[in-house]
Design a protein around this ligand. Structure first.
Ligand code: C5P
Length: 222
C-alpha cells in the first residue's frame, strides 16, 4: 500500500488538451503539452495519493502509477471525471476546448470548387464549474487560469465564477515563454487572497502544489 501524507486519498487530475473533431481526420484544439498536469499527478503519486489521471491527447507521456483515463473530447473528459467521483480532491490542469464543432462530418470533407466549409459551434460543458457545484464535490477543487493580462484580477473573478477553492493562475503572454516551456510562474488564489510563487521549474511548481494540497486535506475526513 502507498506510503506518504496523501496515502488513502483519491485525487482526480485532468491534463492536456481536448480534441474536438471537424471530420474523422481534422480537429480543433487548445495548445497544451500536458507537462504541468503530468508533473502534478506525478508529485501527488509521490506523496502517496491514488491519482485518476484524465488526459486528452498530450505531447508528454503520462506519469507512472496512476489510474489512466485517455480521452479525446471535452464531453469524454467530463464523463471520465464524473465517473471518477467521489474523490478527496480534483485538480483541473487540462486546457479544455470551449467549443466543439456541432456539424462535424462523419466522413472526410473534400476540397470542392464550390466553396469553403462552414463550421458551426456548440459550447462545451465547463467541467471545473460542474464539479464545483456537484453533490459529490470533492473537499478541495483546484482550477487553473492561463491569462495574458490582469492575471490576479481575472483569476480572482474566475475562482468566484467557477466555484472552486483555489485557482492556480499564470501569465502565458508570449514574452514569458511559459507556454510549452519547462518553467512556470504561478499565483495561487484562495479565499484569503493571492500567493505569488517565484518562477521555478514546472516539476517544482508541481511538488509545492502537491504539498499545499496535502496540507489542505489534513484534518478533512477521509
Ligand atoms: O474558463 P477557463 O477555460 O479559463 O478556465 C480554466 C479552468 O477551467 C481550468 O482549470 C480548466 O481545466 C477548466 N475548464 C474545464 N472545462 C472547460 C473549460 C475549462 O474544466 N470546458
Amino acid at each position: 500500500l502507498a506510503d506518504g501524507p496523501l496515502a488513502g486519498r483519491k485525487i482526480v487530475v485532468t491534463s492536456g488538451p481536448t480534441h474536438e473533431p471537424i471530420d474523422p481526420v481534422r480537429y480543433i484544439a487548445n495548445r497544451s503539452s500536458g507537462a504541468q498536469g503530468t508533473a502534478i499527478a506525478r508529485a501527488l503519486v509521490a506523496l502517496g495519493a491514488e491519482v485518476v489521471f484524465v488526459t486528452g491527447p498530450a505531447d508528454v507521456a503520462p506519469p507512472e502509477g496512476v489510474v489512466l483515463k485517455r480521452v479525446e473530447t471535452a464531453n469524454d473528459m467530463r464523463k471520465a471525471v464524473m465517473e471518477a467521483l467521489p474523490a478527496d480532491a480534483a485538480i483541473f490542469a487540462a486546457a479544455v476546448a470551449d467549443w466543439r464543432v456541432s456539424n462535424a462530418a462523419d466522413s472526410k470533407m473534400k476540397k470542392t470548387k464550390t466553396g469553403l466549409p462552414a463550421l458551426e459551434f456548440a459550447e462545451n460543458p465547463d467541467i471545473l464549474a460542474d464539479v464545483s457545484k456537484d453533490k459529490a464535490r470533492p473537499a478541495l477543487v483546484v482550477g487553473f487560469a492561463a491569462e495574458t493580462d490582469d492575471v490576479i484580477e481575472n483569476a480572482t473573478a474566475k475562482r468566484k465564477r467557477k466555484g472552486c477553492d483555489w485557482i492556480v493562475a499564470n501569465d502565458v503572454s508570449p514574452k514569458t515563454g511559459i507556454m510549452g516551456g519547462s518553467e512556470n510562474a504561478v499565483t495561487i488564489i484562495d479565499e484569503n487572497g493571492a500567493d505569488n510563487w517565484p518562477r521555478m521549474g514546472k516539476d517544482q511548481v508541481a511538488r509545492k502544489l502537491a504539498e499545499r494540497i496535502s496540507e489542505a486535506l489534513q484534518g478533512k475526513q477521509k
